[in-house]
Design a protein around this ligand. Structure first.
Ligand code: C5P
Length: 396
């Protein structure tokens, strides 16, 4: 972080009392801090504290004639290497999502051409409110980075998600946001979601995959700087921003899209590809014929994309498969690794009682040529970050 400059926007939340500590930590790590205080932020921490610790004046008004004459809000936002908003209140997030610019903080956020990292902090009900959900989704779609919030006891006496991430975690997120990314210049293909295998124009065979884990992996690889070709079936989770999304429907389309995306340094096959397709489907909607007998669907095996890419002439250096099992997870997944010829298998138990398929958490075992590693149950985002870091160890 040596020589970097952080524009630190402090919003109006009780957790602003931790920001002086964050300023000290950022400076100890070698970066300079330009503090910006909103009017609400000034209720929770003082301009004096921030400017003494930052060793620079605090900016707190859009209408500062001297500042506008010397630097101006545009330059203030441009000369930073990273913009950090902590705490990012519900109000600040809403204004960012709308592109409003009524005060110095929101104007800087609208004027900046740098990456922006926010550390949300608010009451649990405000965090859970549909308006905040919408704003967060919009901010993520705009490429805004987030850290936290944590879950726990809150100053308002309630319990749940909404506590600002601790200064140590914010510092790590700043460090990651400033790093050029170990996977810069690398290309990774990620498959995700289910496939739909048509029966007739309105019906299809499918499975319950949401595409959440695959999308999280693509985002985590993107965050490490990789160029990501994201080949996705009809998933419920939208593709992340900043990846090249290729939407397909059937297994055969997915295989063709993967082939077209080659060559790559790594491939992560997280899609729940349908094993079979219907071969006696109909071009027209099938009708009941009055006999009371249902149509007999004839099926054929789909191409196994994972097995195929593992032996392809331009095989990526690292091929990672998934194994969704409901029993003897490790034994089946270990056998699958050998059978498919991939390097690693990420195995998980998708029995309904685990709540994994369609849920936000995952408990996986990573199977490599050296054996099986159980990872603790964690969010799908955390599994993705850990897997992306391991991939980077091999292909960076
Ligand atoms: O054989 P099974 O479907 O359990 O294998 C799962 C792994 O193989 C996943 O990584 C999945 O993406 C991949 N796969 C594939 N093409 C298929 C079937 C599975 O790429 N037709």
């Amino acid at each position: 972080m040596q020589g970097k400059r952080i524009l630190l926007i402090v919003g109006g939340g009780i957790s602003a009392y931790k920001i002086p500590q964050l300023v000290r930590m950022i400076r100890s790590a070698g970066a300079a801090v330009t503090p910006v205080l909103t009017a609400a932020g000034a209720q929770f921490t003082t301009p004096m504290t921030l400017s003494v610790l930052a060793g620079e004046p605090v900016h707190d008004t859009l209408w500062d004639r001297n500042a506008e004459a010397e630097i101006g809000h545009i330059q203030l936002s441009r000369r930073a290497d990273l913009v950090v908003v902590a705490p990012a209140t519900a109000d600040l997030m809403a204004r960012m999502a709308q592109g409003m610019s009524g005060d110095l903080a929101s104007t800087l956020l609208l004027a900046t051409d740098k990456r922006v990292l926010i550390a949300p902090a608010m009451n649990v009900r405000m965090w859970d409110h549909p308006a905040t959900r919408r704003n967060l989704a919009q901010l993520k779609a705009d490429g805004i980075l987030t850290v936290g919030p944590d879950s726990g006891d809150m100053a308002c006496g309630e319990h749940g998600p909404g506590r600002m991430a601790e200064p140590e975690a914010i510092l790590e997120a700043i460090r990651a946001a400033l790093s050029p990314g170990p996977l810069r210049g690398r290309h990774v293909i990620v498959t995700s979601g289910p496939t739909h295998e048509p029966i007739d124009p309105v019906r299809y065979v499918a499975n319950r995959s949401s595409g959440a884990q695959g999308a999280a992996i693509a985002a985590a690889l993107r965050d490490l700087g990789a160029r990501v070709s994201f080949v996705t079936g009809p998933a419920t989770v939208p593709p992340p921003e900043g990846v090249e999304a290729i939407a397909v429907e059937t297994a055969r389309q997915m295989r063709d899209a993967v082939e077209a995306a080659l060559p790559a340094d790594a491939a992560v096959m997280a899609a729940a590809v349908a094993d079979w397709r219907v071969v006696n489907g109909s071009k027209q909607k099938m009708k009941k014929d009055g006999s009371g007998r249902p149509p007999a669907l004839e099926m054929a095996e789909n191409p196994d994309i994972l097995a195929w890419i593992s032996t392809a002439a331009d095989r990526p250096r690292l091929v990672v498969g998934f194994a969704a099992e409901t029993q003897d997870v490790v034994a089946h997944a270990t056998a699958k690794r050998t059978r498919k010829g991939c390097d690693w298998i990420v195995a998980n138990d998708v029995s309904p009682e685990t709540g994994i398929m369609g849920g936000t958490e995952n408990a996986v075992t990573l199977i490599t040529h050296t054996g099986a590693e159980d990872w603790p149950r964690m969010s799908k985002d955390a599994v993705a970050a850990r897997l992306a870091a391991r991939i980077a160890e091999v292909i960076a």
